[in-house]
Design a protein around this ligand. Structure first.
Ligand SMILES: Cc1cc2nc3c(=O)[nH]c(=O)nc-3n(C[C@H](O)[C@H](O)[C@H](O)COP(=O)(O)O)c2cc1C
Ligand SMILES: Nc1ncnc2c1ncn2[C@@H]1O[C@H](COP(=O)(O)OP(=O)(O)OP(=O)(O)O)[C@@H](O)[C@H]1O
Length: 304
């Protein structure tokens, strides 16, 4: 898959099957659009996911919005599925562009769009004036096919990034997984901790979650950990370890079952499958240790 950040760098001459949106989380609704675009790709037609990266807008507004996925994660999820990922920064130039201009200059002249798939509520262009009706109106004039894809639902509610964020914030990891179509995960490079875990007999791999990534509530989670392409069961604590540390830094620590190799400096992915209990400040390290042992035993019994 080719990754394009600056629109000027897209030089493909073949026609394109394109889907557009923010695509935060690449949830089941987004995946439906991606599969429609893939179905319309051929030797003559490339498949394109055109994602607006909203970070520049949030920066301009001074907002600290957290996302379900980092740009790197979006790339990794899509890699091998479509021909192109456009990770278009939502700059003032883009947000100020009239919707008609975006259709003509970007979708038609630059991307040679032959097929466009969007959800029913897709809006674009200056003051969000562009919508599915405008795209339909220009389809005949510019000769592209428009498909408006019905919203994917979960228990009667439309799946959206906003809905999934609510569930992640509430620690409902099983629901988040249903909506995403895959488990919510955090990745990072394994760092050195205080080596107290080893002394307690419960060694942990420590990672610092990406600053822009939405964190579920601090607490203990049943996890599945990917190391070197292999998966292991484990237990994780997301939080700032109030019993032993006072710096308040958010850390995800996982004790990986049936694993005893060094992983410092390696990138691991921790899927947060199920919330077990909130993080607590214990009166002593001994109390913390017995609670950790009880957590591990409970998770092993549940065989998540
Ligand atoms: C299953 C599990 C549960 C944990 N629960 C808590 C907790 O409730 N409160 C807390 O302060 N730290 C908690 N921790 C973090 C421990 O304090 C930490 O793993 C230990 O101090 C080792 O730190 P180190 O990696 O820096 O050596 C938990 C860790 C694990 C693996
Ligand atoms: N549940 C869904 N089913 C099908 N298509 C969807 C669904 N949700 C969004 N889409 C479409 O996917 C594209 C990207 O959606 P986008 O990420 O902008 O919206 P979203 O997931 O609803 O997020 P938000 O909650 O932030 O509005 C758009 O064309 C949108 O209409």
């Amino acid at each position: 898959m080719q990754y394009v950040r600056e629109l000027e760098c897209y030089q493909e001459q073949r026609k394109a099957a394109v889907t557009l949106g923010k695509f935060d989380g690449l949830h089941r609704g987004h995946q439906k659009l991606v599969s429609r675009v893939k179905a319309h790709a051929s030797k003559e037609v490339v498949s394109v996911v055109f994602a607006f990266d909203m970070a520049p807008l949030y920066e301009r507004l001074g907002k600290q919005k957290k996302s379900l996925m980092t740009g790197k994660e979006r790339y990794e999820h899509l890699d091998g599925q479509t021909d192109y990922l456009i990770d278009c920064p939502f700059t003032e130039e883009i947000s100020g562009m009239e919707a008609e201009t975006f259709i003509k200059e970007v979708l038609v002249d630059q991307f040679h769009a032959a097929y466009i798939a969007v959800g029913t509520d897709f809006h674009f262009g200056h003051e969000k004036r562009g919508d599915i009706h405008m795209l339909k109106q220009y389809a005949g004039i510019y000769g592209y096919e428009l498909e408006v894809v019905d919203k994917e639902l979960y228990q009667g509610r439309e799946i959206s990034s906003t809905y999934i964020k609510e569930e992640v914030r509430a620690g409902h990891m099983e629901v988040a997984r249903e909506l995403l179509g895959y488990p919510y995960a955090m990745s990072g490079v394994v760092e050195h901790g205080r080596k107290l875990g080893r002394k307690l007999g419960i060694p942990t791999m420590n990672i610092t979650p990406d600053i822009g990534k939405l964190a579920p509530p601090n607490g203990v989670y049943a996890c599945r950990v990917r190391i070197d392409g292999n998966y292991y069961q484990g237990i994780g604590n997301l939080g700032n370890k109030p019993t032993v540390d006072a710096d308040g830094k958010l850390i995800l620590e996982v004790n990986v079952f049936s694993f005893d190799r060094e992983t410092y400096g390696q990138t691991i992915q921790v899927e947060l499958l199920s919330f077990v209990r909130p993080e607590r400040k214990f009166a002593s390290v001994e109390e913390l240790k017995s609670q950790m042992e009880a957590d591990i035993a409970a998770i092993k019994r549940r065989e998540l």
